[in-house]
Design a protein around this ligand. Structure first.
Ligand SMILES: [Zn+2]
Length: 138
């Protein structure tokens, strides 16, 4: 069941929802404070889904980010942080909407949430503006 749809500005793209539980938006994209993604607050254990098909580029622990999965897509990467559990392995092919792990609070996270980032070549950070580009479609 599709609860949310997400579109990012550059490149304009419709992505699969990263969570299939209800969530609310916490901290937004704020490069000045080195917050390069958006925080989606939901319950611990909520399945985290790949926003597009791709290859698992990284699955492990990153300082601050805790248990993290990075998926390489055709022209961008997506990053999912603070997971409680990771169920994919580096090099694994994942489908659009496939489960990568579960929401948790590993790394610098005081409450369970998904920190989601999209970037290109480790350089360009795509702005995810939850106020404009996330909307209820239910
Ligand atoms: Zn965050």
């Amino acid at each position: 069941m599709l609860l949310y749809s997400c579109t990012i500005l550059a490149p304009k793209k419709d992505l699969h929802e990263p969570l299939n539980c209800e969530f609310r938006v916490g901290r937004g994209f704020n490069p000045k404070k080195k917050h390069y993604g958006v925080d989606l607050i939901t319950k611990e254990g909520c399945p985290v889904l790949s926003v597009e098909q791709g290859l698992v580029h990284f699955a492990g622990t990153l300082r601050g980010y805790g248990k993290t999965v990075i998926v390489k897509h055709s022209d961008f990467f997506s990053l999912y942080a603070h997971l409680s559990q990771i169920i994919v392995k580096k090099g694994q092919k994942v489908q659009r909407g496939e489960k990568l792990g579960s929401v948790g609070r590993t790394g610098n996270a005081s409450t369970p949430h998904l920190h989601l980032e999209l970037f290109k070549n480790g350089q360009i950070r795509y702005r995810l503006d939850p106020n404009i580009f996330w909307r209820f479609t239910k």
